[in-house]
Design a protein around this ligand. Structure first.
Ligand SMILES: Cc1ncc(COP(=O)(O)O)c(C=O)c1O
Length: 411
């Protein structure tokens, strides 16, 4: 008699995990009121301005500048700190494409660095080794909602005169040593895309404590206009990257729940880590003590095929899904192996500095391992479930471990 659901036995659960987004009626009402107001653009309305103030305060930053999406927020943050053509910007090899494409789209050169095997965030020792005379900035990606080591990165950046740009697209509400992310470095960028812990379908925001950077970022977000000067005077080469009032209204409605949801994800994340860590062959990606709130945009653990009788990560995930647990393998290739980099397909961003780099020759063992055989992900809304839901995850993983012989596949 088979025991595993993938072989026809009863699954651990059939109930879905919480759907995302939540609190739809509140958002629908906020959006409808804004639509009825007739003030749909941020030049006329108050929603985006209010979101900028509230989100900046939530993240303990002095200034917030809302934009159309997180990629744009990163591009404009790079431009605001003065990245110039040919400059090098150090970035993690294990992150979403936008962390690196924003560098290319700023005419700069991404320099990939491997991740720390315990946190899956930028490894500060490797960052130090990657600094050259052309390095101008480090992009501190707070991957999965875990703050990068801002102490070490800040210290390295300070010694080499580099700007720290925070890619906090996945890290709403995350804290490092009591300080919320986004305003710890020179400038930070968040995403409000539909999967994110705070979302309006699309959207983004830059945060900074620096008055001059804030003014530059605001001008870059708004056609080079400099407030409160005349509307049709333009001082910088910049497009229209503004957020709409409807996005602003939805985000304000969603923000009412951000604190509670973040605390719940953090607590469930720690609970899962304690329990999953007890299953042979499973090592949760660690949360350093200095991170006193993890945003848990993604819950990640490291799977070891050896402890599961050689069953591949792909097969393990298929078995987990059959048990009713929505697991994902995450990125299948390191960022430097993406076709755009392998084929040097940079379009209008082609430059001699970039074309000289042979990304195809790179091999970063920790990132390679995470992609091919190790990393297993759950998305953030799974962490908004109950303790029973978390127990189901542990039960399913342990069940697969106990009946691994049934999976009949090796390698
Ligand atoms: C780490 C990271 N950086 C940047 C972005 C880009 O944000 P957006 O999708 O809003 O452009 C994302 C979002 O997917 C992300 O996960």
């Amino acid at each position: 008699m088979p025991q595993l659901a993938i072989n026809g036995a009863a699954p651990v659960r059939t109930k879905p995990f919480p759907a995302w987004p939540m609190n739809l009626d509140e958002s629908a009402q906020a959006a409808a009121e804004t639509v009825r107001s007739g003030r749909w653009g941020s030049i006329q309305g108050e929603q985006v301005r209010s979101l900028e103030q509230r989100f900046a305060a939530f993240q303990q930053a002095a200034h917030g500048i809302a934009v159309s999406n997180g990629t744009t927020a990163l591009c404009l943050a790079l431009q605001a700190v003065g990245i110039e053509p040919g400059d090098e910007v150090i970035v993690s090899a294990y992150t979403f494409i936008a962390s690196a494409s924003s560098i290319v789209m700023s005419n700069a050169v991404p320099v990939f660095v491997d991740i720390d095997p315990h946190t899956y965030n930028l490894d500060p020792d490797r960052v130090e080794q990657a600094v050259t005379s052309r390095t101008r900035a480090v992009m501190a990606v707070h991957f999965a909602g875990l703050p990068a080591d801002m102490d070490r990165l800040g210290e390295i950046a300070g010694r080499h005169g580099l700007a720290v740009i925070e890619d906090a697209a996945q890290a709403h509400g995350a804290r490092w040593g009591g300080r919320s992310v986004g305003g710890i470095g020179a400038i930070g960028a968040f995403s409000f895309q539909s999967s994110k812990n705070l979302n309006a379908g699309e959207g983004g925001i830059m945060l900074t404590d620096d008055d001059d950077l804030a003014e530059a970022a605001r001008s870059l977000a708004d056609c080079g206009h400099v407030a409160p000067g005349p509307r049709y005077n333009h001082y910088r080469m910049a497009g229209n990257n503004r957020m709409t009032e409807i996005q602003g209204a939805v985000l304000l409605a969603q923000m009412a729940h951000l604190e509670t949801q973040t605390d719940l994800r953090h607590a469930n994340g720690d609970y899962l880590t304690e329990r999953l860590g007890a299953v042979p062959g499973i090592v949760p990606v660690s949360r350093p003590a200095k991170c006193d709130r993890h945003a848990r945009h993604i819950y990640m653990f490291k799977y070891s095929a050896n402890a599961f009788g050689g069953i591949s990560k792909t097969r393990f995930i298929e078995a987990l899904r059959a048990e009713g647990i929505p697991a994902s393998p995450g990125y299948s290739i390191p960022l430097y192996k993406q076709p755009v980099f392998r084929n040097r397909n940079y379009g209008i961003y082609q430059s001699p500095a970039l074309s000289d780099v042979d990304y195809d020759a790179l091999y970063m063992p920790v990132t390679e391992r995470a992609c091919s055989s190790e990393a297993v992900w759950f998305t953030q809304s799974v962490l908004l479930g109950s303790r029973d839901d978390m127990d189901d995850i542990v039960r399913a993983v342990a069940k697969i471990g106990n009946h691994r012989d049934e999976l009949g596949e090796t390698g």
